[in-house]
Structure formats: structure tokens, C-alpha cells
Design a protein around this ligand. Structure first.
Ligand SMILES: [Mg+2]
Length: 403
């Protein structure tokens, strides 16, 4: 029986060449908490936590104390021990993002121990490749700030704030058409900056893309229900795949209102956690598409349970992915085992979120990058997550080591 000898958190961080923003905040760095679980016989499994890297890392020693010396293969028992250990103060948020990193590392370890990919240990795969959609279109540099300032000035000075929008945001239209030229069959546009400028941008992007490329919207909960419904109705004729995080995640009643009030399918769930959190989303029919993040919702163990629940409720599931190649590899393992729902000769397939925004060590942490070819990503066959970690790259980007 392989016993857990050590659990460490590697805090990785890198500056961006230029800061980028989404509806409610901005960043000038990319960071990640990468979790390494090592057995007494020297095998290592790797996982990742989404969210503030140093805060995630600070929680890892608490989980390590529960698990060190235990059977490394007892994944379900460890999940429950960690969740129950912090349950009273940690049913959502950082306690779960940190737990997710440990759980993913335990699955990687389990696969490496048996010499099998996670997808085989989870019941076998339905697919060996997945179509990816491009995530990007963050507001870059400080041009968007100038736009916001000029819009405010125009609004209070009797001018037309929307006349300014498209000349300043043309680089986003160019970015999306670039993804289509690269071979992606769909892309996601960041909105949530203001209903009228978002409508103008969505129409410009759709016109530039033409009718054959999928287009989804992500407001990063920049709206309330009134604005989200107005936007959804205004762009209902633009063939939008889904409207992601229209409103704040802790207000499911507003989600229900947005679903009822406008015709675009509503997606969300990247900041929802565990089977119990998604139980609320599903029983209240708050979303058409749920998007658990494996590195947040409770790891691969919990993401599989949430996927099975979504099937029972007839709700589509498209995992959220926004980390390094480790998180991407974990997502690919889940993609392999997502059942067609419903089965048919040519079923609706889950699509892979493929982040194209700047990330200096996204692929560098892997010995071989997980790239797309013409918008398609192959699911690795190797043991565990199916990827080898470049430990020298981990050390190069590391700013703190915990445990
Ligand atoms: Mg999102």
C-alpha cells in the first residue's frame, strides 16, 4: 500500500507583459497554487487550485496533517476527511479550491500507481479528442480605461458614450477573428462593461465572424438581472451559444429571472462548489449549462459526481478551465468520461475551454504542451493526468514553497 509521505504547495507567479481586465477586476500577474502529493516510495501526483495562490497554499498544511501516513489510493476517504475537517467554516470558497488541488493530485497519483489514465479508472472514455473553444478578449493595456473615462465624460456632458466604443475596442474584434483563423470553431467574448457598449461589440464581432463560428458571452457577473435581460433580448438574433455568469453567483433567484426573461441559454458555476452547491443550482433550474471548475468545485472526485447529477437533471455541463496545463490535463480527463446526454448517433459533444490569454507558465509546467490542432485537443493516454510535469519549470516560476 503506497502511503502519503508529504503534501506540498508550490506557489507560482509571473508578471504579464501588459495587465488585462474583465468586468469587475484586473490583473498584472498570473499565479497558481500547484499541489504535489508524494508517496513513501517516491511517486508524485500533481494537482492545481484555482484562485489566490498564496491563500490556497496556506490551507494545504491543514489537509496534509489529515492525510500524511495514510493509504494514497483511498481517494474518496481522503475527500470526505478533508471536506468534513473544514466543513463548518468551509463549505464553499478557498477551503474547496485548496481541497481540489489535493484531490486532483491524488487522482494523478492513483493513475500513476496503476499505470492507467484517470479516464480508465473513472469507467472508461466516450471520446479521445474534444473540440476546443477559445477564451480571451480581455481588455488589455489601458485603452479600456480611457474608453470608460471618455464614456463617463460624454454621459455627463450630453455626448453619445456609445459612439466611442467600437474604434477603441476594434482589437477585440480582431482577436476573435484571429481565433477563427487559427481553426477554433467557437470563441467566447468578455462582456459586462456596460449594456450598450457590449451590444455594439457583440454585433461587431458577429458581423466579423460570419454565421459559421460559434460565439458565447461571459459577463463575469458584471450585471444585475435587469441589465442582463436587456442585453440578452437585444442580441438574441446574434446566434449566441450561451450567456455565462450574467449575475453574481450567490444570487440564484436572479439567475432564474435571467433564464426566464431572455432567450439565450444561461451558463454558470465556475464559482460554485460541491454536489451540495450544484444541487441548489439544479433543483432550482437556475442554469441551462453548468460549468464546474475541477480545480475549484472539489477536484475530479466531485466534478464527476456533479456531472452525473447534471445528467439526471437534463442540464448540460461544460467544465470551466482557467489554469496551467495541470488544470487543463485534469479537465481533459473529465471530458473523456462525460456521457453523451442523451445518447444518439451524432450526440451533442462537450466543448473544452481553451484559455488563450497571456499566461507565461501555462504550458511551461508540462514536459510536452497540450496544444490544439485546428481547434481540436487530444486527450492524453498516459498514466494519471496523462502529462509529465517539468519540475525545473515549477522551480523557475515558484515564489513560495509550503510544506
Ligand atoms: Mg467565465
Amino acid at each position: 500500500m503506497p502511503r502519503i509521505a508529504r503534501i506540498r504547495a508550490h506557489v507560482l507567479e509571473a508578471p504579464l507583459s501588459e495587465p488585462f481586465a474583465w468586468s469587475f477586476t484586473e490583473t498584472s500577474t498570473r499565479g497558481s497554487c500547484v499541489v504535489e502529493v508524494t508517496t513513501e516510495d517516491g511517486l508524485s501526483g500533481w494537482g492545481e487550485c484555482i484562485g489566490p495562490a498564496r491563500l490556497n497554499a496556506a490551507l494545504i498544511p491543514a489537509y496534509a496533517r489529515m492525510l500524511v501516513g495514510q493509504d494514497a489510493l483511498a481517494v474518496d476517504r481522503h475527500w470526505l476527511a478533508m471536506y468534513n475537517g473544514l466543513r463548518d467554516q468551509g463549505m464553499k470558497g478557498l477551503a474547496l479550491t485548496a481541497l481540489s488541488g489535493v484531490d486532483v493530485a491524488l487522482w494523478d497519483l492513483r493513475g500513476r500507481h496503476w499505470g492507467e489514465p484517470v479516464w480508465r479508472l473513472m469507467g472508461g472514455r466516450f471520446r479521445d479528442r474534444v473540440a476546443a473553444y477559445a477564451t480571451g478578449t480581455y481588455r488589455r493595456g489601458d485603452g479600456w480605461r480611457t474608453l470608460e473615462a471618455r464614456r463617463t465624460e460624454a454621459r455627463f456632458g450630453g455626448g453619445d458614450p456609445d459612439a466611442l466604443t467600437l474604434e477603441t475596442l476594434q482589437y477585440l474584434v480582431d482577436e476573435v477573428t484571429g481565433y477563427a483563423a487559427e481553426g477554433f470553431r467557437a470563441a467566447k467574448l468578455k462582456i459586462g462593461f456596460g449594456v450598450d457598449q457590449d451590444i455594439a461589440l457583440i454585433r461587431a464581432v458577429r458581423e466579423a465572424l460570419g454565421p459559421r463560428i460559434g460565439l458565447m458571452l461571459d459577463a463575469n457577473h458584471g450585471y444585475d438581472a435587469i441589465d442582463a435581460i436587456r442585453l440578452g433580448r437585444a442580441v438574441a438574433d446574434q446566434d449566441i451559444g450561451w450567456f455565462e455568469e450574467p449575475v453574481v453567483p450567490d444570487d440564484l433567484d436572479s439567475y432564474v429571472e435571467v433564464r426566464r426573461g431572455q432567450p439565450i441559454p444561461v451558463a454558470g458555476g465556475e464559482t460554485e462548489f460541491t454536489r451540495w452547491g450544484f444541487r441548489e443550482v439544479l433543483t432550482r433550474r437556475a442554469m441551462d449549462i453548468v460549468q464546474p471548475d475541477i480545480c475549484a468545485c472539489g477536484g475530479l472526485s466531485e466534478a464527476k459526481k456533479i456531472a452525473d447529477m447534471a445528467t439526471a437533471f437534463g442540464v448540460r455541463l461544460v467544465p470551466h478551465v482557467w489554469g496551467t496545463g495541470i488544470g487543463l490535463a485534469a479537465a481533459l480527463q473529465l471530458h473523456a468520461v462525460l456521457p453523451p446526454s442523451p445518447p444518439r448517433h451524432d450526440p451533442t459533444e462537450p466543448v473544452l475551454e481553451f484559455d488563450r490569454s497571456e499566461h507565461p507558465f501555462r504550458q511551461a509546467v508540462l514536459a510536452a504542451p497540450l496544444e490544439h490542432q485546428h481547434g481540436v485537443v487530444h486527450i492524453p493516454d498516459g498514466p494519471g493526468l496523462g502529462v509529465e510535469i517539468d519540475v525545473e519549470a515549477i522551480a523557475r516560476w515558484r515564489v513560495e514553497l509550503v510544506g
